[in-house]
Design a protein around this ligand. Structure first.
Ligand code: ATP
Length: 353
């Protein structure tokens, strides 16, 4: 870019609550007691199911929604209490991209990207230079005079990204920006966002219902369920040590490891009377391999295991793996102790007769 890169802004949510007036006069609680800090330059993924409160949370960062209680800040500025010119100043620092792109059909690629600069009153010569720069940055060279109807979904989202960057914001909000794209295009758009984050240093807050998006791009993540943040932290830590059931359920979708149906159908939470098998998840990260451990369980302790499912994932540069095993429930505690003492994480999922 011609102008010097800015550093990203920190975003904080402090005990944020939001209630909407629902139909029939009953209040709908969209957010409750949300406390979250997103560091400058982070890429934070917020994941949650439909209706969990993701959009409400995101829209508070640019003041489209105001908290009913608590405080939201961007670079230290209280968004919820800002009005007039103070709110407009915050909004200039916060760009946003959307699932359905929200481009103006009557404007070309150039015209769409130029729009926020025209609104800001920038001189046309400066607008031209800035927009040409942005078109190159998002990889749309040669398409400046096309209309949205003449673009693919991925190209439209690139226009959306360029438009969001036009005012050189410190924060980029992404509202399910890849949900309408095919998997391959999703990857190219996520790579572009990661490049922008690296080159410009701006903070990216994205909401999604896809764990793969979080895995592929987010340095940090939070899981929202019923308007509350149930788990948050560096993405790698949350993937390796998921604590909440909602997180685990999102993870089982992305790691591709689910129990075979013949086991899942018979599984029970409590250990039954008589002989049974304990079903466990073993998680290993980076430098720990499971193969020798499973072999040593057998050789050293005489415990044999059945491998039910397994996969290795990558989060940034860090590999980690998950294995689902079953073994004689009488030996479960001993086996888990052995694996844990060798740096693997274990979790009992249930029992089968
Ligand atoms: N303007 C509004 N008036 C009344 N209720 C609302 C309003 N906006 C959101 N809600 C309610 O607040 C809750 C959270 O909605 P929100 O749109 O933030 O969820 P979401 O996680 O973004 O869902 P989705 O993934 O389906 O977009 C829902 O119960 C929703 O019905």
């Amino acid at each position: 870019m011609t102008d010097s890169a800015k550093t990203g802004a920190a975003i904080t949510f402090d005990k944020v609550g939001k209630a909407f007036a629902g139909s029939g006069g009953q209040a709908v609680t969209a957010l409750e007691d949300v406390t979250l800090r997103i560091g400058p330059g982070a890429i934070c993924g917020i994941i949650g199911r439909s209706g969990a409160g993701k959009s409400t949370l995101l829209r508070m960062v640019n003041g489209l929604e105001r908290p009913t209680s608590g405080t939201v800040t961007v670079a230290g500025h209280d968004v919820g209490r800002a009005r007039g010119s103070a709110l407009r100043a915050i909004r200039r620092e916060v760009g946003m991209i959307f699932q359905h792109f929200n481009l103006l059909a009557s404007r070309t690629v150039f015209g769409n990207i130029a729009l926020p600069l025209e609104i800001a009153g920038m001189a046309s010569g400066s607008i031209r230079a800035r927009v040409e720069d942005l078109i190159a940055r998002v990889g749309l060279d040669g398409l400046r005079d096309r209309y949205p109807a003449e673009l693919s979904g991925g190209q439209k989202q690139r226009v959306g990204i360029a438009r969001a960057l036009a005012t050189q914001p410190k924060v980029l909000l992404s509202d399910e920006a890849t949900s309408a794209l095919d998997p391959e295009t999703t990857q190219t758009v996520l790579r572009l966002l990661a490049d922008i984050n690296r080159d410009l240093g701006l903070t990216i807050l994205l909401i999604t219902h896809e764990m793969a998006v979080v895995r592929d791009i987010a340095s940090d993540m939070a899981v929202i369920d019923g308007g509350r943040i149930v788990e948050a932290g560096p993405t790698y830590d949350v993937f390796v040590h998921p604590r909440h059931a909602t997180t685990r359920s999102f993870l089982s979708g992305v790691t591709g490891i689910t129990l075979p149906r013949f086991v899942a159908n018979r599984m029970q939470a409590d250990r039954p009377q008589g002989p049974s098998q304990e079903v466990i998840r073993v998680t290993f990260s980076g430098d720990h391999a499971t193969d020798p451990m499973l072999a040593r369980l057998n050789a050293d302790l005489g415990i044999s295991v059945n491998i039910l499912a397994g996969a290795i994932e990558e989060i940034g540069p860090h590999p980690f793996g998950n294995l689902l095993l079953s073994l004689d429930a009488d030996r479960g505690e001993q086996a888990r102790g052995f694996l844990e003492s060798h740096g693997l994480l274990t979790e009992v999922l249930g029992y089968v007769r």
